[in-house]
Design a protein around this ligand. Structure first.
Ligand code: NAD
Length: 298
């Protein structure tokens, strides 16, 4: 594989394009929005400049990476790609329509990958004529820093396609783990119910600061679960939890009613300035006196 297509120029697409170009691949980057592509190229440029400042890259290396990326709103440009990675919003109908379209355009050996956080790989693969060449490739945010890549075969995916993705993963310096095609894969299946449970503790009246301190000092987590909830965004957390609940039809994945209330209130975490904690305009947490956290339940 040498030519890689990436569809979607949002938060994840930009990171995927950068690490792919840094891995030595030629990347064609497609989005329906030219503005998003311009913004994405700008953000990659800025991150590479920071690498130069910190001595992690030379100017020549940066130029090489930038020269490997071409961006366009023309999906037809993906016809030569060996691998096409999709990173459009988390909506099954939208993703299916993207794959249906590129199935008509891409060469027949091309492998398709979806960066979905939890939608069914098998369901997306089924709208193409190449379900055996279709995999889940779940990157983590921020893609340039997070080492993990969850690779998920669908029901009909071939071992060869999985192997190709693993080779791609090691070339872009990621560590691959292989998952099964069930909601949440590995990380979200374990992490999100834990954060949901932490919100139950808040609902019962435990101080968010105490929950975070407990998990940092007692379980050696880098970030406490309530801080993590605010960081991820409470609506994203709720959607992921709801996906687990719907996917397994199991009450153990019931979203915490306080999480639902918080989302209804529009306090979505760091990005709105208020979640379980309060934040200043730069997203820095405002220190409050004990028992004066943003959410008062009792
Ligand atoms: P985003 O909203 O930041 O970006 C999505 C991009 O897709 C936008 O630029 C939009 O213009 C473009 N787009 C929409 N429809 C399109 C189409 N038909 N053709 C081409 N481009 C189209 O989304 P994101 O946060 O980058 O998430 C993308 C995917 O990655 C989702 O499936 C999400 O679940 C998954 N994901 C997100 C994170 C995260 O932390 N944000 C982490 C892991 C995985």
């Amino acid at each position: 594989m040498q030519k890689i297509g990436v569809i979607g120029a949002g938060l994840m697409g930009a990171g995927i394009v950068q690490v792919t170009a840094e891995g030595g691949y030629d990347v064609t980057w497609v989005d329906i929005s030219d503005d998003q592509l311009i913004r994405g190229m700008h953000s990659i440029n800025k991150l590479l400049d920071r690498d130069i400042e910190k001595g992690r890259k030379t100017k020549q290396e940066k130029e090489k990476v930038m020269n490997r990326i071409s961006s366009t709103s023309q999906v037809q440009t993906l016809k030569d790609a060996d691998l096409i990675i999709e990173a459009v919003p988390e909506n099954l109908d939208l993703k299916k329509s993207v794959f249906r379209e590129i199935d008509q355009i891409a060469k027949k050996e091309a492998v398709f990958a979806s960066n979905t956080s939890g939608l069914s790989i098998t369901a997306m693969a089924a709208v193409t004529k190449r379900p055996e060449q279709f995999v889940g490739a779940h990157f983590f945010f921020p893609v340039t820093k997070m080492e993990l890549l969850e690779i998920t075969p669908g029901l009909l995916t071939s071992a060869e396609a999985v192997q190709k993705m693993k080779q791609f993963s090691s070339k872009i310096n990621k560590t691959a783990v292989e998952c099964k095609d069930y909601p949440g894969f590995i990380v979200n299946r374990l992490l999100i119910p834990m954060v949901n449970e932490a919100i139950y503790l808040v609902m019962e009246g435990v101080d968010p600061e105490d929950i975070d301190a407990a998990m940092k000092l007692g379980a050696n987590h880098k970030m406490g679960p309530i801080t993590l909830a605010d960081f991820v965004g409470l609506e994203t957390l709720l959607a992921t939890m709801q996906g687990l609940y719907d996917g397994f039809q199991d009450s153990k994945y019931r979203p915490c009613p306080l999480l639902v209330k918080m989302v209804e209130s529009g306090n979505l975490g760091r990005k709105t300035g208020r979640g379980f904690y309060k934040y200043d305009g730069n997203g820095n947490k405002l220190i409050e006196e004990k028992n004066q956290a943003a959410v008062q339940i009792t």
